[in-house]
Design a protein around this ligand. Structure first.
Ligand code: FNR
Ligand code: LAC
Length: 364
C-alpha cells in the first residue's frame, strides 16, 4: 500500500487551516490506509465526541489587556518548549509518504515541536534527523511478559537521545475497528514496527480472554517497574478516569496524557476534553497534563489549556499535512495551529499560557 499520488511540492494558496489538509488528504492516501487513519472504533461515537466536545465551550473575549512581552513558552516536566503543541505518536507514516517519520521529524523540528515517535513507527529512532530545540520522545506499550525485551528497547531509545517516554496503556487489545474491517485494511510491510523486532510474538488467538493473551496485559506493577529502570520522565497515555490519574501519580509517573486514543479504542469512552475537569480536580496540580483528541484549531488548544491542560498533542492533522505536502506540510499544520493559538490569546487578553483559565470559558 503506497501513497496514491506524490505529495505536492508547493502548498496551494487555499490551504489555510487544518481542515483544508484533511479535505485534500484522501487524494494522496490509498482508501484502505485512509480507513485506518481516519477511522475510530465501532460506531465512531468517541471519534465524533472528540470534535463535538470543543463546540460546547465558548471563549469570552477580553479587551484592552496589557500584552507586552506575550509568548507561548512553557516548561513541561523539565523540558523548555516554545509552544504547547506536540506531535502525538501515530503508526504507519510510510503508508502515507515515502519519507514517513523522517519527514514528520523534519516538519516538527522546523516548528520546534516535540515529536513522540510511535513504537509502531516504520523508521528506526537512530535514523531520524535530530534537531536541538525539538525534543524526541518515544512511545511504547508495556507487556507483562516481555520485561527483558522492553528494557533493551528503553536502553536503545535512551542511547538514541529520546528525552521522555510515553507509555500508552489504553490499548492492551485493539479496538473494534469496523471501518478498517469493511475497507479490508491490513497493515502492509511498510508499517513493520522496526522497534518491536525481537519482541516475543503475541499468541494467535480469537479471544481477548485467552489466558495466554491476558498474560501479556500490563498492570500498575509494570509501570512501577518501568519507573525503576529509567531516569527519563514517564508519561502515562490514555488516562480518562480520575482514579487512574491518582494511581499514575502513586506509581511514579511524571505526567499524564488524557486521551481516548483518537476514538480508536473504547467507543463508549468520553472525549479527553470531557474527562479533563474531574481529572484536574483529582490530581490537584501535582502532575503535568497533556490532552489529545480532536484538536483542530488554535481555539481548541486554548480551551484545553483553559480546562487545565499544560499542553496538547495532535495526531491525524499531522498525517494530513504529511500526505499532502510532506515535511513542509507537517510544519505548516503546526504553524497554523500555533498562529491560531496566538490570535486566540490576544483576543482573550492572555499574554502567557498561565493566563488562560476557566474564567475565560463559557459553556454553551
Ligand atoms: C494513533 N494513536 C496512537 N497512539 C499511540 O500511543 N501509539 C500509536 O502507535 C498510535 N497510532 C495511531 C495511528 C493513527 C493512524 C492514529 C489516528 C492515532 C493515537 C494518537 O496518539 C492520538 O491519541 C490521537 O490521534 C489524537 O487524536 P487526533 O488528534 O487524531 O484527533
Ligand atoms: C492505532 C495503534 C497503532 O491506534 O495505536 O492504530
Amino acid at each position: 500500500m503506497s501513497p496514491l499520488r506524490p505529495a505536492l511540492q508547493e502548498i496551494p494558496a487555499d490551504v489555510v487551516a487544518l481542515c483544508d489538509y484533511e479535505r485534500l488528504a484522501p487524494e494522496f492516501i490509498a482508501p484502505q490506509a485512509w480507513a485506518y487513519l481516519a477511522g475510530g472504533s465501532a460506531d465512531e461515537h468517541a471519534l465524533r465526541e472528540n470534535l463535538a466536545a470543543f463546540t460546547r465551550w465558548q471563549i469570552e473575549p477580553r479587551l484592552l489587556a496589557e500584552l507586552r512581552g506575550a509568548h507561548t513558552r512553557l516548561t513541561l516536566a523539565g523540558t523548555e518548549l516554545a509552544h504547547p503543541i506536540l506531535v502525538a505518536p501515530t503508526a504507519g507514516h510510510l503508508m502515507i509518504h515515502p519519507d514517513g517519520e523522517k519527514a514528520v521529524a523534519l516538519g516538527a523540528a522546523a516548528m520546534q515541536t516535540p515529536l513522540v515517535l510511535s513504537c509502531h513507527a516504520g523508521t528506526a529512532i537512530e535514523d531520524l534527523p535530530r534537531h536541538p530545540g525539538a525534543p524526541l520522545w518515544f512511545q511504547l506499550y508495556l507487556r507483562a511478559d516481555a520485561r527483558s525485551f522492553l528494557e533493551t528497547l528503553v536502553r536503545r531509545v535512551e542511547a538514541a537521545g529520546a528525552t521522555a517516554l510515553v507509555v500508552t496503556v489504553d490499548a492492551p487489545v485493539k479496538g473494534i475497528r469496523n471501518r478498517e474491517q469493511r475497507a479490508g485494511f491490513k497493515a502492509p510491510a511498510s508499517v513493520v514496527a522496526v522497534h518491536m523486532a525481537g519482541a516475543p510474538p503475541f499468541p494467535e488467538t480469537q479471544s481477548a480472554f485467552d489466558p495466554r493473551f491476558i498474560a501479556t496485559f500490563p498492570t500498575w506493577d509494570d509501570i512501577r517497574w518501568l519507573r525503576s529502570i529509567t531516569r527519563l520522565p514517564v508519561w502515562l497515555k490514555g488516562v480518562l478516569s480520575p482514579l487512574d490519574a491518582v494511581l499514575a501519580r502513586e506509581a511514579g509517573c511524571d505526567g499524564i496524557i488524557v486521551s481516548n486514543h483518537g476514538g480508536r479504542t473504547l467507543d463508549a469512552a468520553p472525549s479527553a476534553l470531557e474527562a479533563l475537569p474531574r481529572i484536574m480536580d483529582s490530581i490537584d496540580g501535582l502532575l503535568p497534563v497533556i490532552v489529545d483528541g480532536g484538536i483542530r484549531r488554535g481555539t481548541d488548544v486554548f480551551t484545553a489549556l483553559a480546562l487545565g491542560a499544560d499542553a496538547v498533542m495532535i495526531g491525524r492533522p499531522v498525517l494530513h499535512g504529511l500526505a499532502v505536502a510532506g515535511a513542509p506540510g507537517v510544519a505548516h499544520v503546526l504553524k497554523i495551529l500555533r498562529s491560531e493559538l496566538e490570535v486566540a490569546m490576544v483576543l482573550a487578553g492572555c499574554p502567557t499560557l498561565a493566563d488562560i483559565g476557566t474564567t475565560l470559558l463559557k459553556q454553551r
